[in-house]
Write a protein that binds this ligand. Structure first.
Ligand code: ADP
Ligand code: MG
Length: 685
């Protein structure tokens, strides 16, 4: 049987289908690969007297009586007896079906946490099932899945069971024995993971566990990922791009207008890019460089070469603030070319937008800067030669989907240049970015002083504000970053407004403004520009300023509730200062009671300014399993692999991938199809 639609599974109607879609499940294969996140052991009934407070247990009991109270709050209390010992069961939420279950004299099996309550042993909100004397006990551990409202664990489990039992031929016939995958085949792996025999230890079969079934899937996924990377690289090599080498007005322009000499590192990287641009296959290059290392100048040097051949460049930034800034520095670098440079964001008025789109189509614009608005469907380029993506880790995978050709000139594919401030350790980047060439800017512009980082408790907040006020009076400019519980475009802005009010009340002469993500773009720009021009001395902000904001005169940054941020983010934030030749300071303001890891993070930041080192330390502190969140890298489409935890398999799978891609095209395609078909990075060539 081939992979089949959800409708063919007993119990799935349109309603359930839509719910499953929300889980990313759209056919029987997806169900097979929807692996449990944990397990319950219901393979034997336990004796309640052997369970300690807080233990999870599986018990059987006879119902004695129940009462339902409505005050002081709604509650159903059931008294029962299990192996001669009394136990009470409590539900704060219940429906008529549950009231029925707990009928007097019913035998019920419960799975849940045991508590030692005031009046004896109790279970709160256990899972329950009415049984009779011959109801069988399960032979397998009970798998627990990530699910959505309206699809119960039991239902989902039965859908998965059906799918695994009827697994598609195309999934069953991939044979990797020859390549050392001889321990256990895919079908067997799936069976064991979904329905582990009771002899299997829970910790072995859990995600990250050492059971051969889990290992097999991880190794196979890694292998498929590497194959995907390699075939992407091959496809790129075969496709055509324009080659750029001759220097013209744009290059001369930027060379004259650059207010500084490039560092050796910047030179090295520009030369690497230049070399790629002379090729007739598209460049796919990642520039890693710490915050403030001067990636923008490097990117614009590359842009000038493309513009010199009368082709176009699109520079995409993750936020409008950053796009606006890049736009301004681009205008500065290319004086006299203003009419051929444009800014396009979601807040560009539609009339203006139409004009820009028209000019883009006519190739009257050479360099366009913007947000993802640059790659909306109706944006058509005449001759797009180079796409630059700045601060790439901030992008969701979806946005990069749009970065396909978009060229009306379909014969060529644009070169790709990505800039990132190293959110991940070097050892890992090699495997994640296996399809890219990597350049590293490992030097800061001359004259930069190390940012001095200190930490203090919240009780010093007032004193700190006083000192800030004094510093600002003497010419300093400062950022004050507030951590919000939930930072997104629709935020609750209260914490910043509160801090603003507090400072404003006590120091009315301190020129202070605040900014957050949910403000209108115009307003944000105005506030950033006021700060840039020195009109504002203190800028209170959310993490909207995290990436790219470049105000060289700013020399102090306070990060309030720093314990709520991750290391990479703290480092990015700190990088807002230390951009000029002044000595800069970073103050990490923390709550009195912070966890061990938060304390370690603070120590790391105090100890070093080196982004690479911070990335490595980040890994150590967080440990496996926490670092590779999709939102953090934006590029890791793994189902099961955790690159940190599973790094021991990386080398092996890289070698194997090289062998398989040259030996067996069919197998390569099958594996990519199985593991990566839905993943856009591979759909794009
Ligand atoms: P990032 O790598 O974080 O994107 P930017 O490109 O924003 O860094 O550069 C940071 C600051 O350093 C900017 O103000 C920029 O003008 C300046 N800069 C870049 N290169 C040099 C250099 N070689 N010498 C002096 N200043 C530089
Ligand atoms: Mg930057």
């Amino acid at each position: 049987m081939a992979t089949f639609d959800l409708e063919n599974i007993p119990g799935i109607g349109l309603n359930t289908k839509n719910k499953l879609l929300k889980l990313g499940i759209s056919n029987s294969r997806d169900l097979c690969f929807h692996l449990p996140v944990s397990y319950q052991d219901k393979t034997k009934l336990q004796n309640i007297s052997q369970l300690n407070h807080d233990d999870f247990g599986y018990i059987e009991c006879e119902i004695l009586n129940k009462k339902i109270l409505y005050k002081p709050r709604k509650i159903m209390i059931i008294n029962a007896i299990s192996n001669g010992e009394k136990v009470s069961i409590k539900f704060f939420y219940f429906n008529p079906g549950m009231i029925k279950i707990f009928k007097e004299k019913n035998f019920v099996r419960l799975y849940g946490q045991i508590k030692n309550g005031l009046y004896g042993r109790e279970m709160i909100h256990p899972e329950c099932e009415v049984v009779n004397k011959d109801t069988k006990i399960s032979n397998t551990l009970t798998s627990i899945y990530r699910t959505v409202k309206g699809v119960s664990q039991n239902k989902l489990r039965s859908f998965i069971k059906f799918s695994v039992q009827n697994i598609g031929d195309e999934d069953n016939d991939i044979n990797l024995k020859k390549y050392g995958f001889d321990e256990i085949n895919l079908l067997e792996s799936l069976k064991q993971i979904h329905f582990p025999d009771k002899s299997i230890k829970k910790e072995d079969i859990l995600p990250g566990g050492n059971h051969p079934a889990r290992r097999r899937l991880i190794k196979e996924e890694l292998l498929a990922f590497q194959l995907g990377m390699l075939s992407l690289k091959e496809r790129r090599k075969k496709s055509k791009a324009r080659s750029y080498k001759s220097i013209g007005e744009w290059t001369k322009n930027i060379e004259t207008n650059m207010p500084f000499n490039l560092t050796g590192s910047q030179h090295k990287v520009i030369n690497e890019i230049k070399k790629d641009l002379t090729e007739t296959s598209p460049m796919m290059r990642l520039v890693q460089g710490d915050v403030g290392s001067g990636k923008t100048a490097v990117a614009l040097m590359a842009a000038s070469l493309v513009a010199d051949k009368s082709d176009q460049v699109a520079l995409m930034a993750p936020t409008t603030i950053l796009a606006e800034q890049h736009y301004l520095s681009t205008l500065n670098f290319f004086k006299g070319k203003e009419s051929q440079i444009a800014l396009l964001t979601s807040s560009t008025p539609s009339k203006e937008r139409d004009k820009i789109l028209n000019k883009l189509f006519l190739n009257e614009i050479k360099i366009i800067i913007g947000t993802h608005a640059l790659f909306q469907k109706d944006v058509e380029y005449a001759d797009l030669g180079l796409i630059i993506i700045d601060e790439q880790h901030r992008f969701g995978v979806n946005q990069r989907l749009a970065l396909k050709s978009q060229n009306s000139n379909k014969k060529y594919i644009p070169h790709h240049l990505t800039l990132t401030a190293t959110p991940i350790p070097r050892t890992l980047s090699m495997s994640i970015y296996a399809n890219m060439s990597i350049s590293i800017i490992d030097e800061l512009p001359p004259g930069r002083k190390e940012i001095a980082t200190t930490s203090m408790g919240m009780n010093k907040k007032n004193e700190l504000i006083k000192r800030l006020n004094e510093a600002c009076a003497q010419g300093s400019q400062a950022y004050w970053v507030c951590a919000l519980v939930e930072e997104s475009d629709v935020i609750n802005a209260n914490p910043i407004e509160e801090t603003f009010q507090e400072i404003n009340k006590n120091y009315p002469n301190l020129a202070c403004e605040y900014i957050h993500g949910s403000m209108k773009a115009d307003q944000k720009n105005k506030i950033i520009n006021n700060f840039k021009n020195g009109v504002t001395k203190l800028l209170i902000a959310t993490t909207v300023i995290e990436v790219g904001v470049d105000v060289p005169n700013a020399d102090i940054i306070v990060i309030e509730n720093c314990e709520r941020f991750g290391l990479a983010q703290l480092h990015q934030l700190r990088g807002r200062v230390g951009r000029g030749d002044k000595q800069s300071n970073c103050v990490l303001l923390h709550n009195e009671n912070i966890g061990e890891n938060a304390a370690k993070r603070i120590e790391v930041l105090k100890g070093t300014n080196d982004g690479f080192e911070i990335a490595e330390q980040d890994l150590e502190i967080r440990g496996p399993g926490e670092i590779m969140g999709q939102e953090q890298t934006g590029v890791v489409p793994f189902k099961y692999v955790d690159l940190v935890r599973d790094s021991k398999f990386i080398e092996e799978s890289t070698d194997l991938a090289k062998q398989i891609i040259s030996d067996d095209k069919k197998l390569t395609d099958k594996l990519i199809q199985r593991w990566l078909s839905g993943s856009i990075d591979y759909a794009d060539a």
